[in-house]
Design a protein around this ligand. Sequence first.
Ligand code: DHB
Length: 310
Amino acid sequence: MITSTKIADIDFGSYICNASGVNDTTVEELTQLAASKSAAIVVKSATIESRVGNPEPRLAHTDIGIIQSMGWPNLGYKEYIKIVPELKKLSNKPIIASVAGFCDEDYVTITAAYQNSDVDLIEISLSCPNIDGHPQAGYDYEKAGNLLKKLNGLGKKPIGVKLPPYLDSAKQEQMAKIITDNNISFVTCINSPGNALIIDPDTEATLIKPREGFGGLCGEYIKPIALGNVRGFYNLFRDKDISIIGVGGISTGRDAFEFLLAGADAVQVGSILEKEGLSCLERIDNELANIMESKGYKTISEARGKLKTI
Ligand code: DHB
């Protein structure tokens, strides 16, 4: 495949996979992902215990994206670890586990368990915007550094971090230093910018119920910020062996190609997967392949980062 790629030296058969949180929470959804054209199976962020999440409605679409406050609904990490061998039988795609928690100890327990499981990569979420009383570690450099130190050495599987958007390049540089100091193999950026509010002027009400309508913003709204963050990390990691997964507002092959030019090794899709279903994974990958062919690029690495400045 012209769009095949690698994340942390693990082979991905194509460039597009699901973003954590979309079609990846139940056994049925994960089984569907295994049968889909997704390049990998990203599993919903897992906590120690299973959670039902926030009250509904907790996700709402607009013409250009989604606001959501899911609240970590998930089966608990032990259930996901039980399912992984079954998923491995169904497909040879890499499996990316996503780790969430309320304290460092939770992250250590879950990461250690995933290190001893059949997953291929482990993505540490430093950026859930939707849990009251749980500030995002991605914005607390001391907390993030201390946590990543504790996760180092728990096993040999590559560890990545899912990051919130940095709207200041100096803040992004600070996080890049923590990443390079702590043996992190890949970054996934960006997570939904939190603290967003969408208001329906007709009903004069919020679109979602939890947290008085505040939630994470997804989709087209956030693409330029995601591209800026991918490009920023690409520049900061030029001489480092750290892969970059782009996420935020990708719904076409053209969008994916923009992330490739910015420096993404692969991309994840959330809002479009929620809206269109699993068929979008193959569609976007085919569209990207057509663009690459028409431009004479034969591999992802040939085009990666080749953004021109004017
Ligand atoms: C949830 C939302 C996110 O944007 C995220 O990164 C992790 C979890 C959630 O509310 O479940």
